[in-house]
Design a protein around this ligand. Structure first.
Ligand SMILES: [Zn+2]
Length: 272
């Protein structure tokens, strides 16, 4: 028996043009828009597996309220995103409410390294963290900072382990990395939103949950092939979404992006 719990680590508002990117100036539009989206949840997901609990993403941290946490020099963080995280929404507090201590986690898997998916690692400083090697590479240095990666907020001495996509994935996904010996929890490359974005597929008695990070912001965006306004590669994003659509058409799948308010209801309805 495998259970999944959504853990909400606060809220984010972005510009509407980030939710659905438009045209060749897709990545500039969010910087010049004056409206905000409704507040969107920031979900991490806890997989309770017989081999030990696995956390997918660490969510945002209440430390975002500290002065200077977000870089004022970066136009995206200055103009295009607002976070709201209460102290009891930190990931360690969310885990504690389920009776899980950080040292109980078998691993933390990051879908990608954007701040609202990894800031919570600061509350899990000694956890084993797995992520894509490509994602780690593109996040480094000045180029990574310009892309919006804030690696300065990783725990001191942070050393990730890299996912090894050496197995054949469930069609149409070409590659996979098993996270458990029974192969019921698989990391799958679903690049596009970021270069090394991965999703985590969980199987339980013929039903599936696809924990998708930001492969799309909502299920509807996945179904309609809507590419977000900050995607690193629209081409890869489209390919990833088409693979996800094919999989979801053939198998009963709860599609669980990080920012879709409907994710928890879908999880209960489809995965149990
Ligand atoms: Zn992201």
């Amino acid at each position: 028996m495998i259970r999944i719990h959504p853990l909400q680590t606060g809220w984010v508002r972005v510009r509407p043009s980030q939710l659905a990117g438009v045209g060749p100036l897709r990545r500039l539009r969010p910087l010049f828009e004056s409206h905000w989206s409704a507040p969107l949840p920031i979900f991490a997901y806890l997989i309770l597996h017989p081999e030990g609990p696995i956390l997918v993403d660490a969510g945002m941290s209440p430390r975002v309220a500290d002065p200077g946490y977000l870089p004022g020099w970066h136009p995206y963080f200055r103009r295009a995103v607002r976070f709201e995280v209460a102290p009891d929404e930190a990931i360690d507090r969310r885990l504690a409410a389920l009776g899980i201590a950080p040292q109980d986690l078998r691993a933390v898997v990051l879908t990608h390294l954007h701040i609202d998916h990894m800031a919570g690692l600061t509350h899990l400083p000694s956890s084993r963290v797995l992520l894509s090697r490509l994602e780690w590479r593109v996040a480094q240095g000045l180029a990574g900072a310009v892309r919006g990666y804030l690696l300065e907020h990783l725990p001191k001495g942070f050393r990730p382990e890299f996912l090894r996509f050496e197995e054949e994935g469930p069609p149409p996904f070409p590659r996979a990395a098993s996270l458990t010996a029974d192969r019921r929890v698989l990391a799958l490359p679903t690049p596009g939103h970021s270069a090394g974005q991965v999703s985590v597929l969980v199987e339980n008695e013929g039903r599936y949950a696809l924990i998708a990070g930001d492969a799309s912001y909502t299920e509807r965006a996945m179904q309609e092939g809507i590419i977000d306004g900050v995607a690193a590669s629209p081409y890869s994003a489209r390919l990833s979404l088409s693979r996800i659509r094919v999989f979801c058409r053939h198998f009963p799948t709860a599609y669980l992006p990080a920012h879709d308010p409907e994710s928890p209801a879908r999880l209960t309805a489809v995965f149990g």
